[in-house]
Design a protein around this ligand. Structure first.
Ligand code: B12
Ligand code: SF4
Length: 485
């Protein structure tokens, strides 16, 4: 059967960035790979790098009987619109949606759209069963891990157990033009070459699930049980990526790459044993940092690490069930710097009940620690999370809304005693101060500090369009061909 898989257009503040625009949708391509293994003819369209005309053309020429869309909740409007376009063009094709959006609220997703099925959780086994039923017009009502429509109402079936990761094929990267996705990641790696060859990087994952329960995090796809691919499976994929696409830089997108130290040790030993000439980035968690392990990781090519820190106030960290101490954050960031990594820190402002004081604690911590990069966002409750339920109980979000529309149009305020405008101003202040405090700044510290303190003046000039003012200054810098300070 002909099956078309589609990724919607990712709208991001960093739309042109080397990182986000070029993220290989490994989840959708795994779904593609298992469908191919099951004998289907699969094509893939990525609306993040191509346009609607290309999709329309594909629909007309390829005439899929099943269209699969993968997306996050923030892409809700685009998914519904996309499904409607597919239905209009091919009224007899069935439409299935998977990814975080489908697991977060399958009922709303199905009942508000022309979508026929939602796949909950991991997609590999469920999609093969569903495709078989669609092809042979069999009853779908007993398929585990789907939601479907009966007389306009959604029926949600029981979920199925976890996928056996060792059995998974590699994502079907042959369906995409990898050259369009390969990234240099120059900002993170701070080096243009690996073993004399220009950097050619891509993303992949090795694990699924997370044992923590931070209230703002959506874990409806992979759940609490942490699982990891066998080391050899991952090393084989890295060799395959090197041989097939010349990949020598890896972006591990796992939530916590170093959760299991024994696994990381084996991985690092394997990289050395196979003499893989790669450098890599991974995400970690401050309470897992281990100087000995960091040293091994560095030897095996790790050059960049990111920590989701979120808040710099202990009471707020405790309220969000982060299970992390401010002291652990400090220790871990210094340890990562000492190991030689490029260190990124992610922060959030505006948790439920936050005050100006607690937000300032976060900004102070971010500015104090020796980060090389990072950023701040306003806390937005995502459907399917504990935070969303808490916010809905207090009437701060509509219980049936998808919340944030996309990364450029959020407007959430869960704080106490702060207006949205004040929160937004704090966000800009945080970004500005952080930028000028970054460890990688080349200009003398006293100049950075003076510019950093100039925020009130710049905000007074730029006001609500502070970002616009900063962009203008940045384009002047670019026109003068000056490097980033
Ligand atoms: C890498 C990443 C990104 C990258 C790229 C994302 C992309 N898809 O292009 C970047 C940095 C751009 C990004 C941005 C954002 N992200 Co993000 N991201 C991730 C991360 C860490 C890994 C994604 C991944 O590769 N997973 C591995 C693959 C194998 O899993 P998967 O894609 O889910 O696919 C499986 C199933 O979902 C399913 N499946 C997926 N698609 C399909 C399609 C069909 C047809 C079927 C049947 C099945 C199916 O089968 C797959 C295999 O089992 C996840 C966390 C995580 N652990 O997954 C968060 C996550 C997806 N991101 C999240 C969020 C909130 C965001 C942002 C909104 C953050 C923000 N506030 O700005 C933005 C939104 C950007 C946008 N869409 O406009 C949430 C989404 C929650 C939700 N309900 O939507 C997650 C789950 C993090 C979390 N735990 O809260 N993200
Ligand atoms: S934020 Fe990170 S540590 Fe917390 S639950 Fe989500 S994946 Fe786990």
């Amino acid at each position: 059967m002909n099956i078309l898989l589609v990724r919607t257009k990712i709208i991001s503040q960093r739309i042109a960035s080397d990182y986000e625009g070029r993220f290989v949708p490994v989840g959708l391509l795994l779904v593609a790979a298992v469908l191919e293994q099951a004998g289907h003819l699969v094509e893939f369209t990525d609306l993040s790098i191509t346009d609607m005309q290309t999709l329309q053309h594909r629909l007309s020429v390829f005439k899929p009987q099943l269209v699969g869309i993968g997306a996050m909740s923030v892409e809700y409007e685009r998914v519904v619109e996309l499904a409607a376009i597919c239905r209009e063009k091919l009224p007899h094709a069935e439409i299935v949606v998977g990814g975080p959006i489908a697991s977060a609220n399958p009922v709303k997703l199905l009942e508000d759209s022309v979508i026929d099925y939602a796949v909950l959780g991991e997609g590999e086994e469920t999609i093969v069963e569903l495709a078989d039923c669609v092809e042979h017009k069999k009853d779908v009502s007993a398929i585990r891990g789907i939601a479907f429509k009966r007389e306009g109402r959604a029926v949600v079936n029981k979920r199925r157990g976890n996928v056996e990761l060792a059995q998974n094929p590699y994502p079907a990267r042959h369906l995409i033009d990898m050259e369009k996705y390969i990234s240099t990641y120059t900002e993170r790696f701070q080096q243009p070459q690996v073993a004399g060859r220009p950097i050619r990087g891509t993303n992949l994952t090795v694990s699924r699930g997370c044992p923590y329960s931070c209230i703002y995090c959506d874990k409806n796809v992979f759940g609490n049980k942490w699982r990891v691919r066998p080391v050899a499976h991952v090393l084989d994929e890295i060799e395959h990526l090197g041989g097939e696409y010349g990949i020598n830089a890896l972006m591990f997108d796992d939530d916590i790459f170093d959760l299991n130290k024994a696994w990381v040790r084996d991985f690092c030993a394997g990289v050395k044993k196979r003499q893989l000439k790669v450098i890599w980035h991974c995400n970690s968690r401050c309470n897992h940092s281990d100087a000995g392990l960091f040293a091994l990781m560095y030897e095996a090519g790790c050059r960049s690490i990111a920590f989701g820190i979120e808040y710099g106030n202990q009471a707020v960290l405790d309220r969000v069930k982060k299970k992390l101490k401010v002291a652990e954050i400090e220790r871990s960031v210094y340890m990562a710097k000492a190991a030689g990594f490029f260190v990124t820190g992610y922060f959030m402002l505006g948790m439920l009940d936050e005050t100006r004081e607690t937000i300032n604690d976060t900004i102070k911590l971010a500015v104090k620690l020796p980060f090389d990069a990072g950023g701040f966002g306003i806390t937005v409750p995502m459907m399917g999370t504990e935070l969303f339920r808490l916010a809905a109980d207090r009437g701060l979000v509509e219980p049936d809304s998808w919340g944030q529309k996309d990364r450029t149009r959020y407007r959430s305020n869960l704080t106490k005693n702060l207006s949205y405008e004040e929160l937004d101003k704090l966000l800009r202040l945080a970004g500005w101060k952080f930028f000028w405090s970054r460890e990688s700044r080349k200009t003398p510290k006293f100049i950075n500090r003076t510019i950093s303190e100039s925020f009130p003046l710049l905000y007074w000039i730029g006001g609500g369009d502070f970002q616009g003012l900063v962009s203008k200054l940045n384009s002047i810098r670019r026109n003068l061909r000056l490097p980033l300070p």
